[in-house]
Write a protein that binds this ligand. Structure first.
Ligand code: GDP
Length: 429
C-alpha cells in the first residue's frame, strides 16, 4: 500500500508533522524529489527537529528511510543531518539511498550563489542550496549518479570533462575561482566512502516491499504551486512536487499510489518571490507570522520570515486537483483562534472579471483577492480530539473551506505534536 503526503500550496503546510504521524503505521518512508533546500519541522519525544534531506519517519525504530532517485542528494548535508539527530539521542535510523540518485556537487552550490548575485534584485529568492544548477545538469545529462562514484576511471574522465565546461562559465560569466578537477575527484572519493553503506537499488527494494504488503509513504517537499510545470513558473522549484512524480522519483508503478493526502494549512504562507494573491502586510501579517506554525513562520532551512496571507481557496482547489487528492489534511488551525473575523480568499479578480480557477502566471500577477469574511471562534482548540468538540464556528470554517476546494478534509491538525489530530468524516467522501 503506497500513500503520498504532499502539499497543496507553496510548501510549509505541515507535511512533516503529518508524515511523522502516519509513519507510526508505515514501514518505509521515501523522499522522491527536491533536496536540502526546504525543511520539515518535526516535534516529537526527542525534541524539535528541522529535517532537510531525511524523510520524516527517521525517528521511529520500525521504519526504513529511503532517498529516492528523484532527490537532489547533498552527501555532506545528509551526513550532518544523520549526526544531528543521533547526537540528540535518536537511534541510528535505517537509511537507503538510491544508486540512481544524483548528487549535488560543490559547484552547484557556488553557481546557485553566483547566479543569484548576478541577478541582483531580479533573483528568484533561491535558498542557494544548488538545486536549480543541479536539476539543470541532470537534464542536460552532465549530472553524477551515486552509482558513478564506484567507477573510478570513468568518473575521473567525466569530472575533467564537466570541469572544463563549468570553468568556462566560472571564468567568463561569473569571474570567480576555477574548479580543480583533481580536488573535485578527491571530494567525490570522500563522498563515496560516506555514502557506500547506504547505497541500494531502491526501485527493486520498494517493488519487493510492495509484494510483501508493506506500507510505503512518499513524502513530498514544497507544494503544488512550486511545481515546475503546474506552479507559478518561473518562481517555482526545479523538480516536480506532485504525487504523480512520486512514482518516478521512487521507481514504482503510478497505479500503486492509492492514497494521496494533500496537506493544506488553515492560512497561507510562502517563501521566495512570486505572485501571492491573498498576501497580507504590516501588523496583521506580523501577528499571524508570530503566532503561526510552532514558534512562528520562519524558514526551517534559512530562518527567513515567511510571507503571510489568508487561506486561498482558488490556489488550494487547484493545488488539491493537481495532486490527485484523496484526503485533505487541514493543518495549523489552532493558530487562528485569536482572530475575531477570518478573511478567506474565494476568488481572483483579473481585469474586472472574477475567476475561481487558478490562472497562468502572467494573469496571476494581475489578480486581486476577492475576500469573504467568516466569524472567528475566539478560543484555544489545542487538545481537542473529537470533531464534535470543536467550536461550531471552527467547524463552519472547515466545512466552508471544504466546500470551496471540493476535496474531503478528513484530518484536522490542531497542534504540532503527533497526537494533535482530529479525524473527521467528510460528506464529500
Ligand atoms: P512542511 O515543510 O510542510 O513539513 O512544514 P514546516 O515544517 O515548514 O511547517 C510546519 C510548522 O508548523 C512546523 O513548525 C510544525 O511543527 C508546525 N505545525 C504542524 N502542524 C501544526 C498544527 O496543527 N498546529 C500548529 N500550531 N503547528 C503545527
Amino acid at each position: 500500500m503506497v500513500k503520498a503526503v504532499v502539499g497543496a500550496n507553496w510548501g510549509d503546510e505541515g507535511k512533516g508533522k503529518i508524515t511523522d504521524m502516519l509513519a507510526q503505521q508505515a514501514d518505509i518512508i521515501v523522499r522522491f524529489q527536491g533536496g536540502a533546500n526546504a525543511g520539515h519541522t518535526i516535534v516529537n519525544n526527542y525534541g524539535k527537529f528541522a529535517l532537510h534531506t531525511l524523510p520524516s519517519g527517521v525517528f521511529y525504530g520500525h521504519t526504513t528511510s529511503v532517498i529516492g532517485n528523484g532527490v537532489a542528494l547533498n552527501i555532506p548535508v545528509l551526513m550532518e543531518e544523520i549526526k544531528s539527530i543521533t547526537d540528540r539521542g535518536v537511534p541510528m535510523p535505517r537509511i537507503l539511498v538510491s544508486d540512481r540518485a544524483q548528487m549535488v556537487m560543490p559547484y552547484h552550490i557556488l553557481l546557485d550563489q553566483y547566479e543569484e548575485e548576478r541577478l541582483g534584485g531580479k533573483s528568484f529568492g533561491s535558498t542557494k542550496s544548488g538545486i536549480a544548477p543541479f536539476y539543470s545538469d541532470k537534464y542536460a545529462k552532465i549530472g553524477f549518479q551515486v552509482s558513478e562514484l564506484f567507477e573510478g576511471e570513468m568518473l575521473k574522465e567525466k569530472v575533467e570533462r564537466v570541469c572544463e565546461q563549468k570553468n568556462v562559465m566560472l571564468e567568463h560569466m561569473y569571474h570567480k575561482p576555477l574548479i580543480d578537477p583533481g580536488e573535485l575527484f578527491a571530494t567525490l572519493q570522500e563522498y563515496k566512502n560516506k555514502i557506500e553503506p547506504f547505497v541500494c537499488d531502491v526501485s527493486a527494494y520498494l517493488n519487493q516491499a510492495m509484494k510483501e504488503g508493506r506500507t510505503i509513504l512518499l513524502e513530498g517537499q514544497l507544494g503544488t504551486l512550486k511545481d515546475t510545470d503546474h506552479g507559478i513558473y518561473p518562481m517555482v522549484t526545479s523538480s516536480s512536487t506532485l504525487a504523480a512524480y512520486g512514482a518516478i522519483g521512487a521507481g514504482i508503478p503510478p497505479y500503486e499510489i492509492k492514497e494521496i493526502i494533500t496537506v493544506c494549512k488553515a492560512y497561507s504562507s510562502a517563501v521566495g518571490a512570486g505572485a501571492f494573491v491573498s498576501e497580507i502586510f504590516g501588523e496583521e501579517a506580523d501577528e499571524l507570522r508570530r503566532r503561526g506554525g510552532d514558534g512562528g513562520e520562519y524558514g526551517a532551512t534559512t530562518g527567513r520570515p515567511r510571507r503571510m496571507g489568508w487561506f486561498d481557496c482558488v490556489a488550494s482547489k487547484y493545488g488539491c486537483r493537481l495532486q490527485g487528492t484523496t484526503d485533505v489534511a487541514f493543518t495549523v488551525l489552532d493558530v487562528l483562534g485569536y482572530l475575531d473575523e477570518i478573511p478567506v480568499c474565494v476568488g481572483y479578480e483579473i481585469d474586472g472579471e472574477v475567476i475561481t480557477d487558478f490562472p497562468v502566471t502572467c494573469k496571476l500577477e494581475k489578480a486581486k483577492p476577492v475576500l469573504k469574511t467568516l466569524p472567528g471562534w475566539k478560543c484555544d482548540i489545542r487538545g481537542i480530539r473529537k470533531y464534535e468538540d470543536l467550536p461550531e464556528k471552527c467547524r463552519d470554517y472547515i466545512t466552508f473551506i471544504e466546500g470551496q476546494i471540493g476535496y474531503p478534509i478528513t484530518m484536522v491538525s490542531n497542534g504540532p505534536g503527533r497526537d494533535d489530530i482530529i479525524h473527521r468524516k467528510s460528506s464529500i467522501k
